[in-house]
Design a protein around this ligand. Structure first.
Ligand SMILES: Cc1cc2nc3c(=O)[nH]c(=O)nc-3n(C[C@H](O)[C@H](O)[C@H](O)COP(=O)(O)OP(=O)(O)OC[C@H]3O[C@@H](n4cnc5c(N)ncnc54)[C@H](O)[C@@H]3O)c2cc1C
Length: 428
């Protein structure tokens, strides 16, 4: 590679970083180095399916290296970025330092336990493959343990599941646990009736799915209740331990608790001042660069635009559009064109509740039920990276839809999990 070419370093191969790299791929006079702490791009919107044994990890992940292999000007490295030095345009990583002409930071977000890091041990969140397989392990183990005990109090605790956070991820998880216990597992056990499993969905606000219309939030609540999910709104969790969850004056005994309540921007040291919002996201200008450093962009879940407008949601479309925008801004700079502000094009939102129900809102167009679920399915398969993955996912879903079976019901002990992720909770 010609070292005189402009060097763009991209941190993170998620939705934002990968889109930026593809936009700069095969472009003249630019060389790109993409650094990620893991060697695969993860399709997080389907992570809950891994946790619920519907899909295997490899169905929703693809090696970053192969996704970018056709672009000869892009180099992919596995490494952990620890610090950004704006004073000399370099970054520090565990595999050495790299200097850049332009930097695109796209390191995403991580779970936030609202100043209670000790809760993570008892209530894993769902952000990485190892967390999803850990949730799957705890969930399936709870049914196994309930099957082999005759202590009814213990059985009740084992068959009680708590999901904290009533956003799309919490709703998808709670619905999937309800469906799994009622349809998939119900006929596989002899000593217990898996279909009597209790699922609590705990939400601090007044309604679940606050980003959706009230009409659709109510529809989702009804669909969840049909799957045995009890929804507690206006309910704040005050404690979580190995025996369950305390919500106000109520105590729920449970051995399986999942955290889907909050995220914060990925922590990264910056030499020089950067502003951060309450969610630890880095404040950027309207062109997504950090104030005073036009060659350093922060995009996706790691950033928040400081222009007084409403915060953008932490979603894949925002990340992809911002990744593409930052890359195009660099190309425009090199062509000596003036910069413009980032504008998000909102193409709507959707959430699924169980195997054949979903809600979709695209501008004024709002629909729910089976057709919404088919729309959700088509969109998710379309955006899943890699033809092989799409094929496997269609096959797996088709199979479990027709047979009520789930193919990935393996309890994998933690020693054997897909490795490389450093942010998984410790074993309980
Ligand atoms: C369970 C779940 C369900 C979701 N469902 C939806 C949905 O249905 N629809 C939707 O639009 N959005 C959904 N989202 C949100 C969406 O996935 C995120 O908004 C999106 O992934 C953000 O993209 P990003 O590129 O900013 O970050 P990410 O996709 O998180 O990518 C960040 C990358 O940076 C890497 N990285 C982090 N730190 C470092 C470091 N120090 N050094 C090197 N590399 C690093 C990570 O390994 C990762 O590959 C969901 C998220 C979750 C967790």
């Amino acid at each position: 590679m010609d070292l005189k070419m402009k060097h763009v370093v991209i941190v993170g191969g998620g939705f934002a970083g990968l889109t930026a790299a593809k936009t700069l791929g095969s472009k003249k006079d630019i060389r790109v180095t993409l650094i990620d702490k893991q060697n695969f791009h993860l399709f997080q919107p389907l992570l809950y399916q891994v946790a619920m044994a519907g899909l295997s990890p490899a169905d929703i992940a693809a090696p970053i290296r192969s996704l970018l292999s056709k672009h000869e000007n892009v180099r992919v490295l596995r490494g952990v970025v620890t610090r950004v030095n704006t004073s000399d345009n370099s970054i520090d990583t565990d595999i050495g330092s790299f200097s850049f002409d332009y930097l695109i930071m796209a390191a995403g977000a991580k779970p936030s336990y609202f100043n209670h890091p000790e809760w993570e041990e008892y209530a894993p969140s769902i952000k990485t493959i190892s967390q999803a397989t850990e949730i799957r392990r705890r969930l399936l183990n709870a049914f196994e343990k309930a099957e082999r005990t005759d202590d009814t109090k213990e059985q009740k605790k084992l068959l009680t599941f708590v999901v904290i956070g009533g956003g799309p991820t919490g709703v998808e998880l709670a619905g999937a646990i309800g469906e799994m216990s009622r349809y998939t597992l119900a006929r596989d056990f002899r000593n217990i009736d898996a279909s009597v499993a209790r699922i609590f969905l705990i939400e601090g606000g007044a309604q679940i799915l606050p980003m959706f219309s009230l009409q659709h939030a109510k529809r989702a609540a009804r669909d969840l209740e049909k799957l045995g999910v009890q929804i507690w709104t206006n309910s704040l969790v005050s404690d979580i331990d190995e025996d369950g969850v305390t919500v106000g004056s109520e105590r729920i005994s449970s051995s399986t608790v999942v955290w889907a309540a909050g995220v914060q921007g990925e922590t990264m040291q910056f030499g020089g001042d950067v502003g951060r919002d309450r969610g630890n996201r880095i404040m950027v200008e309207s062109d997504l660069s950090i104030p005073g450093f036009q060659n350093v962009f922060v995009v996706g879940d790691q950033s928040n635009i400081d222009d007084g407008s409403k915060d953008l949601p932490g979603t894949a479309p925002v990340a992809m559009q911002q990744g593409r925008f930052a890359a195009n801004t660099i190309l425009n700079d090199l062509a000596q064109k003036t910069r413009s502000p980032f504008k998000f094009t909102d193409r709507g939102q959707m959430a699924t509740i169980g195997r054949s129900s979903a809600i979709v809102e695209v501008g004024k167009l709002k629909f729910a039920g089976l057709f919404a679920w088919i729309t959700w399915l088509v969109v998710h398969i379309y955006f899943l990276v890699g033809f092989k993955n799409r094929l496997f996912v269609v096959f797996s879903w088709g199979w479990s839809f027709l047979t009520f079976r789930k193919g990935a019901r393996l309890i994998v002990d933690r020693d054997w999990q897909i490795g490389g992720e450093t942010d998984s909770p410790s074993q309980s």
